[in-house]
Ligand binder design. Structure first.
Ligand code: AMP
Length: 411
């Protein structure tokens, strides 16, 4: 488990926020949350080295919502109190969803703005007034230039995925944005990597920042052999049983999308003589502990889990992670496969991708910025046409073509 002794109660967050995270099934704060939340609550500037998938959104959203609620500043048309900038519309939408979700028992208004869609609904939301504005830099500048938004009331500024924003050429936009912020503000900078130019920007834009960092899932991801297996939904059971015949797969974590499927898969494996059980939110804490213990000591070979349950699973020596269902959230992929390949040991991650799940694969590849190898060498390989919009028209792609496809996708 993450920091066994840590709990959200230690942060003295607003009870409504604690209630929301408890309802979401968060029991233990992640390392970045343990490190960052107290400093943000105390009003410090912060430079955080953390990847998506580490729980960093909650690490800044929870203390920001807490401080915002305490300040009780009313909304002003076109003048947000909290500004979060990030590189892509997907991330902006996700951050917006997180604020909405964590703050669902508080009263506040927020909006998300990004390019590529009509600006009118965004302008209307800004006119009504929002406490929290999540934005991509280009559209934000457009709306600033049209005087639909001004930044002189911002008291908290967050730059998320700063390195990616710079990679995408947003530095000039960011400079213009930061120039319009009040000098007196709290600034938080999150970046997956900290090259010199980011540190230099942080030096210019942050005031005495606290530095926090969390082991990046990417370093572990490098140690994990990742394979995608195209398979029809109906063949997944048989494919799993087939793969588990390999004796090397001695400690296997299988992920399903739902609790029900987790139970079904575990039952099926047990019926086939493989020691397996399912762990998910419907099981009591004591049952979960018992199952984890059995998995840890080797009494149980296969543990089938849902994403939520996986957060607390910290078991050494997991040889294989199998995505029985593709995760709908690409970050979950990084989380899931990060259960193997620990402590410098290589691990294997197999992802079962049904024809209807090819879209999930595309978003995962975009997030991890690489194309996964498709293993066609199994008896249930399905060569059915990918979903419309998927750039993957062939199962095996020569490296050069993969690169061309990636650049066409702009990833
Ligand atoms: P992020 O790195 O912010 O994209 O978060 C990754 C995922 O972790 C999101 O799906 C969050 O809902 C989830 N998450 C964040 N903090 C926790 C926590 N303390 N316990 C369980 N899940 C969490």
């Amino acid at each position: 488990m993450y920091f066994m002794s840590a709990s959200f109660a230690q942060f003295e967050l607003h009870p409504s926020l604690l209630r929301a995270v408890a309802e979401d099934g968060y029991t233990t704060p992640t390392p970045i949350q343990v490190q960052a939340i107290p400093h943000i609550l105390a009003g410090s500037d912060l430079l955080g080295c953390a990847q998506t998938g580490t729980g960093k959104t909650a690490a800044f959203a929870l203390p920001i919502l807490h401080r915002m609620d305490r300040a009780r500043r009313p909304v002003i048309s076109g003048a947000p109190r909290v500004l979060v900038v990030c590189p892509t519309r997907e991330l902006a939408a996700q951050i917006g969803d997180s604020f909405r979700s964590y703050g669902r028992h508080l009263r506040f208004r927020q909006s998300v703005i990004f390019g590529g869609v009509s600006q009118n609904p965004q302008v209307r939301a800004l006119e009504r007034g929002v406490h929290v504005l999540v934005a991509t830099p280009g559209r934000l500048l457009d709306l600033m230039n049209q005087r639909h938004v001004r930044l002189d009331e911002v008291d908290t500024f967050v730059a998320d995925e700063a390195d990616r924003m710079l990679d995408m050429g947003f530095l000039p936009d960011l400079k213009r944005i930061v120039a319009r912020l009040p000098a007196r503000r709290q600034s938080l900078f999150f970046s997956a990597t900290l090259p010199d130019h980011i540190v230099e920007l942080a030096r210019q834009w942050l005031h005495n920042p606290v530095h926090v960092s969390t082991p990046s899932p990417a370093t572990k991801v490098e140690l994990i052999e990742q394979r995608v297996l195209f398979v029809e939904q109906n063949d997944k059971r048989a494919l799993l049983a087939n793969l588990l015949q390999s004796s090397q797969a001695s400690r296997v974590l299988v992920f399903t999308r739902t609790k029900r499927r987790a139970d079904q898969v575990a039952r099926h494996l047990s019926q086939s003589g493989i020691r397996a059980d399912a762990i998910h939110g419907n099981k009591s804490q004591s049952t979960r502990q018992r199952l984890l213990q059995g998995f840890r000591n080797g009494a149980m070979r296969v543990l089938v889990a849902t994403d939520l349950a996986s957060r607390g699973i910290d078991v050494e020596g997991v040889t294989h992670v199998i995505n029985y269902d593709m995760p709908h959230e690409p970050e979950s992929y990084v989380h899931r496969i990060g259960r193997t390949g620990r402590a410098g040991v290589t691990g294997t991650a197999w992802s079962f991708c049904g024809t209807d799940e090819r879209g999930c694969l595309v978003t995962i590849e975009r997030l991890i910025r690489r194309q996964l190898f498709v293993n066609t060498d199994h008896p249930y390989h399905s060569a059915r046409t990918p979903a419309p919009g998927s750039p993957r028209s062939q199962v095996r792609r020569a490296p050069k073509r993969a690169k061309a496809a990636r650049s066409r996708r702009g990833s």
